[in-house]
Design a protein. Sequence first.
Lengths: 345, 345
Amino acid sequence: MSNISIKDIAAKAQVSTATVSYVLNGTRNVKQVTRERVLQVIEEMNYKPNNAAQSLKRRRTNTIGVIAEDVTVFNVPEIIDGINDCADRLDMHILLTNLRLDKRIGRSFDDMDTYRQYAENAVSELLSKQVEGIIYIGVHPRDLTGLCDTDGKPIVYTYSYTENDPSIQYDDEQASYEAMRYLIDHGHSRIAIISGVMDSIPSRLRFNGFYKAVTEFQLPFDPLLIKMGDWEAESGYRLTKELLSLPEPPTAILSMNDVMAVGVLRAASEMSVSIPEQLSLIGFDNREFSEYLMPRITTMDLPLHEIGYQAMEALSRILQGEEAGISPKPMCRLIERDSVAPPKR
Amino acid sequence: MSNISIKDIAAKAQVSTATVSYVLNGTRNVKQVTRERVLQVIEEMNYKPNNAAQSLKRRRTNTIGVIAEDVTVFNVPEIIDGINDCADRLDMHILLTNLRLDKRIGRSFDDMDTYRQYAENAVSELLSKQVEGIIYIGVHPRDLTGLCDTDGKPIVYTYSYTENDPSIQYDDEQASYEAMRYLIDHGHSRIAIISGVMDSIPSRLRFNGFYKAVTEFQLPFDPLLIKMGDWEAESGYRLTKELLSLPEPPTAILSMNDVMAVGVLRAASEMSVSIPEQLSLIGFDNREFSEYLMPRITTMDLPLHEIGYQAMEALSRILQGEEAGISPKPMCRLIERDSVAPPKR
DNA sequence: CTGTTAGCGCTTTCAA
DNA sequence: TTGAAAGCGCTAACAG
């Protein structure tokens, strides 16, 4: 059992506790033989320094807190992984709190009051554990201003943002612009878009990218090709049916997420419209299943790992007293698969 | 900034530090007015107790360590969530370490030496942080005997096991038996099975369940219906082609995971064998995508949340000085969807 | 009901 | 090159 303290080591090695501390931390020159003797005793007794005592004394923990709204939501684990990746390099430690929002409050993210309590408790606990900063991982990009009071400690948001604190997000607008360009490059001009719920940031940004491409490439603009979904497969299904029933149906659909793309697939299949031969499809998120569908769908990969990594970097920079710095937004990357082909004429 | 200590509170509230501590912990009766005064000052100054100091003094941290081999692997987040769920109720805290094994060593889990170092460091760090016990979450069920020396602190394994320590796993054998029964109940008797790699524990156990059903229900036993896959979609694809080319092909396939089931779907589609009309299919794992395939596939849901929950419970019991206790293995649950139908005759 | 005080295990200043 | 000793912020035994 680890009730061995520096004192036990000191006694057994016949030195003072100070000396043990010196060899442990390399804070001072210690005679070679002494050092070796101490090291050996440490080894023998399998001594592990008590981190609580160290933190108390040093008044530093090298630890940051990570608050995840829900670790079971698809984007979160990869972001955590990115944070870990960076933290390992910086020799920082992570204290992870899982708010379990999905299980506890379902999808009602609109009303912050319902989960503010959870967030506050998490922050409070983390602060109590002397973290030097916090990274907050949302499950859905939205404005979280006023959610957490971190008592002056720096906080960085990912996959969400606030008015005052730094936040790391990928470039949604660029992503949908790229997707459109890819479709256009393949010869499409009658391109429909199925959005997520319209009060969501990504929906708006992705629309911007869409419009930008439409404008820039002078595509015929047809409001009938713009459909408002709600992120769920059912809406993709329903809207695709509408789209394909149009007198002049689109030759390609850009779906704002992969889940709705599943609905597109189903609708197309039911209407005997084959993808990609008669209809091209691009999804968003590069969800794991997008690769398993038939056909495997072309989709936008979200730079989740990098978002986490950058969040950790930014926080570290702030901790060093530097500016958060505005590294360029991580970019999405198109994963080319089998759901896009030139339109048949 | 939280450099406010109990002393500051004591001074401002004109009491001793002891009194502050008493009201904070409710360890002793404190006169109503005094308590309120203290509480108010605490509130005013936004005081948060220093956890490091508390732990040091109390010699208890109420904290356990969780070592996840890789948080980005599908089974892990849900297990973590279960641990969290239980830990919240027990008022225990979690220190999570992500080994990042998938990114660092890929799939070479066979050679423990390649990752022992990571595991040892993780344990060592956790011990240093005074965790009272550890839960280890594997990404693949296998024997981990000798991986970690926890220096006498209790450890519970999930999704893996060792010879000497308690471990929580679901019942693989029962699961495949149930799947078989479901198929049999639907009228199938010529049932093929596509396994994972054969040196894996789940493969063997699921085979046992398969045999048990075959024996118990006196199905015609045909070795041609037994195929060894490797967990990947490609193997499901290839083996299904073999199966469907048999003089007397099976009417149903039990695939030992959902990924290989995707291969089954592809092969069947290519050979114009429709599922479930001409071929029934059951998968394993209830991966998210299984619901998005066409048809939505019937699959065995793994009780991941419960595994995590039970691991935490078991650890807590050990910490209380009780026996780990052998609660019954959590059961898998068949998720009925659209890939099973009676065989056509 | 409240206060004084010894220490938890460690780092670090000061002194030798 | 080493040691003595003062605390870091807190809890709890002891005293009143």
